[in-house]
Ligand binder design. Structure first.
Ligand SMILES: Cc1cc2nc3c(=O)[nH]c(=O)nc-3n(C[C@H](O)[C@H](O)[C@H](O)COP(=O)(O)OP(=O)(O)OC[C@H]3O[C@@H](n4cnc5c(N)ncnc54)[C@H](O)[C@@H]3O)c2cc1C
Length: 543
C-alpha cells in the first residue's frame, strides 16, 4: 500500500505536534469524524490497526450511493479524504491512553506516543462467533448475521438459521422476509414456545432440533449443516448470531469499561447522544458504542461526535481568547490597568480553564540555587500550582507559598497532600495580592520569585519588598524571561526585565549580588525545540 510508505517519511515529524483530536480506529466512524474535523480546520490524527469489522465481506451494502463498494476501497477512499483535509492517518494499534495537563497521550505500537486535546475512540467491535466447525471459515461470505448487510445477496437461497440464543426466533423471521426456503436449527437456543412454533409453521419455516456439529464446505461454498447425530441438511447459507464485544481495551486504560447491552447481544461502551463518555474529553462513535450500527450509521455517528468535539474545542478556544484579550486589554495602554490582569478573578479564571497550567516540575534555577543551601525558611511568591514550594518542602524547607489565586492555592495544597503528610505539613499556603502585600521583614532564609512579571513600577516595588523579607545571610532569587533576549517572543515586552535591572534595586553594600542570563532549551507551542535565556538574580544579604 503506497500511502503508508509516502506518509511514513514525514510521520515522525508530524506526530511530534499536539493535535486537536486523536481518533483511535479508522473505520467508517473514525474516518468520517476525521474528515469533518479536518474540514473544520482541526488538526487530527487517526491511528488505525487496519482491520475493519466487515473486512471479510465482498461489498458494503445499504450505504446510499456507495452500494456494493468493497470494504477496502471504502477505507482507502476515506483515508485519502482525511489526508486531503490535512489529517494524518497512521497505521498502528493503540494500547493505552492517559490524561495529561492539557489533553491526552496515546501510546500505540507499544512505544510510539501521540498527544491531543481530545480523544475519539472508534475501535469497533469483535464478533464472537459460535464455536462450530466451518463457521469462522465462511464468516462474512455465506455465514452471515445481518439481513440488511447481506440478506439480499442470499435471497431465495436455501438458508439455515443456527440458533444459539433467544434472538434465534427474531432472526429467523427477519430472514424469512428474504427466502421461503428457511430452516431453523434450534441447536442451543431456548425451546420454542407454542406461539413461536405456530408462527414458524405459519411462515413455512422448517424447525430442526438437535445439536449442530459443523457447517460443511466444498468447492469454496457451504453445502449444508451436519448435526451431531450425523443428519445432513443441505443449505447454501447459514445465519448466526455473534456476541458483539466492543473493542474497549484503550478506553479501559482511562477507566471506561464496556458493560452488557440491554439487548443481550453483547457489551458496549455507554455514551450520551453525541458520543461523549463519562470521561470528559473522550468521545466514542460507531460499533464500539452502538452494537447495531451499520456502516452508514457508524459514519453518521462519527460526524456527530466530530461536530460535538469541535464545539467543545471552540468553547475552550474562546475562553482562552477572552483571557488573552483581557490580558492584552489590561497591558495595552500607556498606563496599564494592572488591577485587571493581576486580580484574583483573572488568575482564578486562568487556572480554572485547565486541569493544570504549569509542568509540575520545580523551576530549574530554584533547584540549582536551593540545592546548595541548608534547608530553613523559604518564601515562594507566585506559588501557582505549588511545584516549587513542594520541591523545597521535600528538601526539608519550611515554606510559605503565596499566590493571588485561590484556585491555584487549592490545587497546590492538593498536590502537596498527594506528596505526603510530612511535605504538606511543612508548607503554609497564603492568599495575597502581591501588588499590595508586605511580607514580614527579615523573616526568610530564601525568598524566591520565579517568572513573576508585572509592569515596571509595580515590579520594582515588589522586588524591594521581597528583598526586605530576606534575613541576614539569606538569599533572594528573582528569575524571569530576560528582556533583551526575549523581545519578539513575548506579547508583552513591557513586563520583562533584566537581572541588572533587578540588581539596581538593591544596595551593593548590603548585598552580595550575582546576575546571569543562562540559556535553556524549551519546546515552544508549535512543538519546536528552541533556546531561550532567563534573567537570574541571586543576592545574599550581607547583614
Ligand atoms: C461480515 C460483515 C459484513 C458487513 N456488511 C455490512 C454491509 O454490507 N453494510 C453495512 O452497513 N454494514 C455492514 N457490516 C457492519 C459494519 O462492519 C459496521 O457497521 C462498521 O464496520 C462499523 O464501523 P466502525 O467504524 O464502528 O468500526 P470498524 O469498521 O470495525 O472500524 C474499527 C477500526 O478500528 C481499528 N482498531 C480497533 N482497535 C484498535 C486499536 N486499539 N488501535 C488502533 N486501531 C484499532 C480496527 O482495526 C478497524 O480498522 C458488516 C459487518 C460484518 C461483520
Amino acid at each position: 500500500m503506497v500511502w503508508v510508505e509516502v506518509v511514513a517519511m514525514t510521520q515522525a515529524e508530524q506526530l511530534g505536534q499536539r493535535f486537536d483530536v486523536a481518533v483511535i480506529g479508522g473505520g467508517a466512524a473514525g474516518l468520517s469524524a476525521a474528515v469533518v474535523l479536518g474540514r473544520a480546520r482541526r488538526s487530527v490524527v487517526v491511528i488505525d490497526a487496519g482491520a475493519p469489522r466487515n473486512a471479510p465481506a465482498s461489498g458494503v451494502h445499504g450505504f446510499l450511493s456507495l452500494d456494493g463498494i468493497s470494504p477496502a476501497e471504502l477505507i482507502e477512499t476515506g483515508r485519502k479524504e482525511v489526508e486531503h483535509y490535512g489529517g494524518l492517518v497512521v497505521h498502528g494499534e493503540a494500547q493505552s491512553a492517559r490524561r495529561t495537563a492539557d489533553g491526552f497521550e496515546v501510546v500505540f505500537d507499544e512505544s510510539r506516543v501521540v498527544s491531543a486535546r481530545r480523544l475519539l475512540v472508534t475501535t469497533g467491535l469483535v464478533d464472537e462467533l459460535p464455536d462450530i466447525r466451518g463457521v469462522r471459515q465462511r464468516w462474512g461470505r455465506d455465514v452471515v448475521h445481518c439481513p440488511y448487510c447481506h440478506g439480499w445477496e442470499i435471497r431465495d437461497q436455501a438458508v439455515g438459521v443456527l440458533g444459539t440464543g433467544a434472538a434465534a426466533m427474531h432472526q429467523t423471521l427477519l430472514f424469512r422476509q428474504l427466502t421461503s426456503d428457511l430452516v431453523l436449527f434450534t441447536h442451543t437456543a431456548p425451546a420454542l414456545t407454542e406461539e413461536q412454533a405456530e408462527q414458524l409453521a405459519a411462515s413455512g419455516v422448517r424447525v430442526v432440533t438437535g445439536l449442530v456439529d459443523s457447517v460443511e464446505v466444498a468447492d469454496d461454498r457451504i453445502t449444508g449443516v451436519r448435526l451431531s447425530d450425523g443428519t445432513f441438511v443441505a443449505r447454501q447459507a447459514v445465519v448466526v448470531a455473534p456476541q458483539f464485544v466492543a473493542s474497549s481495551q484503550v478506553l479501559a486504560t482511562l477507566g471506561l469499561h464496556a458493560t452488557p447491552h440491554p439487548s443481550g447481544h453483547g457489551v458496549f461502551v455507554a455514551a450520551d447522544p453525541t458520543g461523549l463518555t463519562e470521561v470528559p474529553g473522550v468521545w466514542v462513535a460507531g460499533n464500539v458504542t452502538n452494537l447495531m450500527a451499520q456502516v452508514v450509521t457508524a459514519a453518521a455517528e462519527g460526524v456527530s461526535a466530530a461536530a460535538a468535539i469541535n464545539a467543545d474545542l471552540i468553547t475552550e478556544d474562546t475562553q482562552h481568547a477572552v483571557t488573552a484579550y483581557r490580558t492584552m486589554h489590561a497591558v495595552g495602554h500607556d498606563h496599564p490597568d494592572v488591577s485587571v490582569m493581576f486580580t484574583q478573578e483573572f488568575w482564578d479564571e486562568r487556572y480554572s480553564s485547565s486541569d493544570r497550567i504549569w509542568s509540575g516540575n520545580a523551576n530549574p534555577h530554584l533547584v540549582a540555587v536551593a540545592t546548595d543551601l541548608a534547608p530553613a525558611t523559604a518564601l515562594d511568591v507566585g506559588s501557582g500550582e505549588g511545584a516549587d514550594a513542594i520541591w523545597l518542602a521535600a528538601q526539608g524547607w519550611r515554606v510559605t507559598g503565596v499566590d493571588v489565586s485561590r484556585v491555584a492555592l487549592d490545587r497546590a495544597a492538593k498536590q502537596a497532600a498527594e506528596a505526603g503528610a510530612e511535605i504538606a505539613g511543612r508548607i503554609t499556603w497564603q492568599q495575597a495580592d502581591v501588588l499590595a502585600w508586605d511580607p514580614a521583614p527579615l523573616r526568610f532564609d530564601l525568598v524566591s520569585a520565579q517568572f513573576m512579571h508585572l509592569p515596571r513600577p509595580e515590579l520594582e516595588s515588589l522586588h524591594r519588598r521581597l528583598a526586605a523579607a530576606v534575613r541576614p545571610g539569606g538569599t533572594l532569587l528573582i528569575v524571569g524571561h530576560d528582556l533583551e533576549t526575549s523581545i519578539g517572543r513575548h506579547h508583552f515586552p513591557d513586563l520583562l526585565f533584566t537581572a541588572d535591572q533587578v540588581a539596581a534595586t538593591l544596595d551593593p553594600d548590603d548585598w552580595h549580588i550575582v546576575t546571569a542570563t543562562p540559556e535553556r532549551q524549551v519546546v515552544d507551542p508549535d512543538g519546536q525545540s528552541i533556546t531561550i535565556r532567563d534573567a537570574v538574580l541571586r543576592a545574599v544579604r550581607r547583614h
